[in-house]
Design a protein around this ligand. Structure first.
Ligand SMILES: NC(=O)c1ccc[n+]([C@@H]2O[C@H](COP(=O)([O-])OP(=O)(O)OC[C@H]3O[C@@H](n4cnc5c(N)ncnc54)[C@H](OP(=O)(O)O)[C@@H]3O)[C@@H](O)[C@H]2O)c1
Length: 325
């Protein structure tokens, strides 16, 4: 993460342990003060790292710390020493290297961090509370967090979704208890979630989940499609059978290949060894574009093979009773 508010660059000990690096050097001061001019952080020395950006090697001295909201933060020292310009309107970093020339890197100005309750709270029915939260970011204006929608649904809470100011890793949010019962939340409850690496959603030719797929792709979240065979409920579909015959493949292979060809991680299930072997044989051939379009058009009717948490109620999933216990 490049942080325009951080005066120094920082790396966590666990991140540093993941790759070979020169020995750490002692620092004169065991404490660094971050860009908000008030958050002090203990440092365990510094290390000179070579960071490649678009194949351009950039050397930078980085403080080693225990924990951060990111694996590594490149601060203003990195920008100043390496001719790096933050082009905020274009959402770009411009790097001008005397030997390798210039390169640009796009950046997002949104940071996703896990946000936890700093103290236990009792929410009376229909009451609003401003609660103190712990956010692993020293300072930011504003930081977005993805709210834990299951927690909000389960407890009937309405939580403001923008953190306006974080100072010394603490911030505040407004929580409204819209349920008819009081609600207790323990300290350390996660209110907002970290950006996930992978999102597992239902995907097959009859259910494309396009909004979520687009969001994931724009936000660098890998998409994993479950029930790629639509739970075998459409395995006799005429269109799929026709394409399978033309390509000398099984309908299951066509459905799995459709997911692979769209770039989804896919997880078909079978209890039969012969099907497992044949289902895995989807990587050295492809479905022609014209047939992909025909398969894509099956999704226009938006047919779901199972319960979908974004569209169906908990009752439809038989979950209501479990959650209220
Ligand atoms: N995250 C979630 O909420 C969620 C929800 C649903 C599923 N999933 C996961 O997604 C994975 C797969 O999903 P799924 O089991 O729902 O559905 P699926 O993979 O779309 O379909 C499985 C069904 O297809 C049949 N099948 C497999 N290969 C076949 C073939 N070559 N020809 C004919 N039929 C074939 C299987 O029967 P046989 O076993 O008899 O071969 C089984 O009935 C599982 O790992 C599951 O845990 C996750």
């Amino acid at each position: 993460m490049a942080d325009s508010g951080a005066t120094h660059s920082l790396i966590t000990r666990s991140t540093l342990a993941r790759f070979p690096h020169p020995p750490a050097q002692k620092t004169f001061k065991p404490i660094a003060v971050l860009g908000d001019a008030s958050t002090a952080i203990a440092v365990h020395g510094s290390v000179l790292l070579c960071i490649y950006i678009n194949s351009i090697p950039i050397y930078t001295s980085v403080f080693i710390v225990d924990s951060l909201g990111a694996d590594i933060i490149l601060g203003m020292n990195w920008c100043h020493n390496n001719n790096v310009l933050l082009r905020v309107p274009q959402q770009q970093l411009l790097i001008r290297h005397p030997r390798y020339g210039a390169t640009t890197v796009p950046f997002l100005d949104i940071v996703y961090v896990p946000i936890r309750l700093a103290q236990s709270i009792q929410l009376a029915l229909h009451h609003e509370h401003i609660v103190s939260l712990y956010a692993p970011v020293p300072s930011a204006l504003p930081v977005f967090c993805t709210l834990d929608s299951l927690l909000c649904m389960e407890k009937q809470l309405v939580i403001s979704d923008v953190v306006l100011k974080i100072n010394r890793f603490h911030t505040y949010m407004l929580i409204h208890n819209s349920a008819n019962t009081p609600c207790t939340l323990r300290a350390h409850t996660i209110i907002g979630l970290e950006k996930p690496s992978v999102n597992q959603i239902q995907i097959h030719p009859w259910y494309h989940n396009r909004d979520i797929v687009n969001y994931c792709r724009e936000n660098d979240i890998a998409v994993m499609g479950y029930s790629p065979l639509a739970k075998a409920k459409k395995i006799d579909d005429e269109t799929v059978i026709e394409i399978a015959k033309k390509l000398s493949k099984t309908p299951a292979q066509v459905l799995i290949r459709w997911s692979v060809q769209h770039g989804f991680i896919t997880i078909p299930k079978t209890s039969q060894e012969s099907r497992l072997i044949s289902n895995a044989d989807v990587f050295n051939w492809s479905i022609p574009d014209s047939d992909m379009k025909i398969l894509d058009s099956l999704g226009d009717l938006h047919w779901s093979c199972t319960w979908d948490p974004t569209k169906n109620t908990l009752k439809e999933a038989g979950l209501q009773q479990v959650l209220s216990e």
